[in-house]
Write a protein that binds this ligand. Sequence first.
Ligand code: SF4
Ligand code: SF4
Length: 420
Amino acid sequence: MRIQKNRGTYLPYKKEPMASLPLLRPDHIRQVILPIFSEYGVQCRLLLEKDSPVSQGQLLAEPLDEKGTPVYSSVSGILTDTYEAEHPLLGKTTYAIIECMTMDEPELDAPLDTEDLTAEELVAIAREYGIIDEIDGLPLANKLEGMVDLYPTCIVADAIEDQLYSCSAWATLREDYTQVLKGLRLAARAIHAAEYKIAVALTRVHETELKKEIPPEHLQTFEPDFYPHKELDDLGLAPFSIGVQACRALYRAASYKEPQTEGILTIAGPAASLPINMRVPFGTSLRVALEVCGVSDPSSEVLLGDSMTGLLLDSIDIPIVPGMTCIVGTDAVKTHASSPCLNCGRCAKVCHKHLLPYEIARRFENNQYSGIDAFHPSACDGCNACSYICPAKRNVSELVLEASTVAGVILFDWGPHHDE
Ligand code: SF4
Ligand code: SF4
């Protein structure tokens, strides 16, 4: 199956096979660069002097206030220096540089009993072990505290991933469904929620696998053909959703006293010759991770995030930090002149959301916003198949996406005509 991002640029769809591959972990990384203080995120004080040895999982920096989360070293090595630079997510950031000597798979002792941990103790564990929710880059402890005040009945691990490439949540689940579910159960206890569910948009792969692994009462399923995140919102569950990686980290912090020092991210797109889900120590250079996946073409554009909502990066010389779960390397976008619609209907034929792109585009261009929502432009996921197939080279998908922003808003409604 081949899907297009913009006319002339194909995005090969490899999400499901990628999610089923084992997680790749780079063998050796020479250096990690860990944020210790930033404009928009972590705000900590470095605890070690320059040239100090540091071991993997050792506390590196402590938070400046009681709501902050500490930073742990993701590798063993030497703390050589600090420096300041911009990060696209964190703003102006001070980093600690650790020259990496070893990077081991953590060896775990027998798990501790978590059954008697109270809600307050679980929130304290999430804070103490530096757990950041990958969904939004916020400290998990602060999110859980905020949820308690809303008296939730259910908490959700969001593994929907409704864009083209992101599949790090699937890969996390597939690696160990049990740890995610156990961590979600602890999160439910932390906010006094009676129910806990993993939210997925069911594809064939999910259908056969997830239903086998996860009891039905802990699955919240959505049809991928609609807009699952909107449905999650309609069910009132969106404010009570956390990431599957955060669930796993909470389980491991409570059971093994293991801080969160690594993340799982998808690296894919047409510029990636080895698209894969990768487990990397935080602070790993994005350039190094991209090279492992074969993204080395200097004309590639690299998006932080997925194909629709990703942020085009100015530089790939940035460290991977919590909250980065998908990187898409794509070809430079090509554009072509377009001509008026030929009414051929090909765009409707290829639309996997069963929309009428030409009709939505026509109404939008003619300011016929009233009633446009009956054509469900908000179901469009921007896959661009309609623009690709259009013989008139119209950017139909862009028009449909723009139409979704006015759906339901009546700007021009002349109403029924009445003869006086
Ligand atoms: S209307 Fe949206 S979902 Fe349908 S083909 Fe076009 S871009 Fe894809
Ligand atoms: S494919 Fe292009 S020309 Fe054909 S109906 Fe759709 S918008 Fe019009």
